[in-house]
Design a binder for this molecule. Structure first.
Ligand SMILES: [Fe+2]
Length: 188
């Protein structure tokens, strides 16, 4: 097995045990959306897409929302911690040092973007939230928190990604309504 396959397998295994039920599907779905947005992306970005929420999977050490007053500060700590968890996994698989550095850098900025690859990852992640996370998030968190989270996620999308999210349809009427409200209430 080559080092990239080894890394993907270890990342998937780590995320498979997450107590957040949407996490395993979201990891692969983010990678799928990334490849739909840009089929020719490099391996570092693909590894980052799969691993970006690694922090959430490790229950004993994960960054907790309740420890932060500010949602963006929480998300920044979550991203930084994910990168810290990813580095030893990639290194153990023998991934080249510059690819390790780049994948970890991308995980660290996945919530904010800032360069073309980081922006692609941010879009793929956010599209995937609306695609596969929202139903489970809503079930657990209810209307008000899901709407806040969705508004936050929608605001950070590129125009292209907003068009994609607008075409996502959920069978459950309450989710379709939530998405409609989020789109109409978001500032352009
Ligand atoms: Fe994510």
């Amino acid at each position: 097995m080559d080092s990239i396959d080894c890394a993907k397998q270890k990342i998937r295994a780590a995320i498979a045990v997450s107590r957040v039920p949407e996490d395993p599907h979201h990891a692969d779905n983010t990678l799928e959306w990334l490849l739909r947005l840009e089929p020719d992306v490099g391996e570092a970005l693909q590894l980052a897409a799969l691993a970006h929420d690694l922090d959430r999977a490790v229950e004993e050490v994960k960054v907790r929302r309740a420890d932060f007053d500010d949602y963006d500060a929480f998300k920044a700590a979550h991203a930084r911690h994910g990168a810290e968890l990813l580095r030893p996994i990639l290194t153990a698989c023998g991934v080249a040092r510059d690819m390790v550095d780049e994948a970890c850098r991308l995980v660290e900025v996945h919530e904010v973007g800032g360069d073309p690859d980081a922006d692609l990852l941010k879009d793929a992640d956010s599209i995937s939230y609306f695609d596969v996370n929202l139903p489970l998030y809503y079930e657990r968190e209810g209307w008000a928190e899901s709407k806040r989270r969705s508004l936050w996620g929608y605001q950070r999308l590129s125009a292209r990604a907003r068009n994609i999210v607008a075409k996502i349809s959920h069978e459950e009427e309450v989710l379709a309504r939530l998405l409609r409200e989020v789109i109409s209430e978001s500032v352009r």
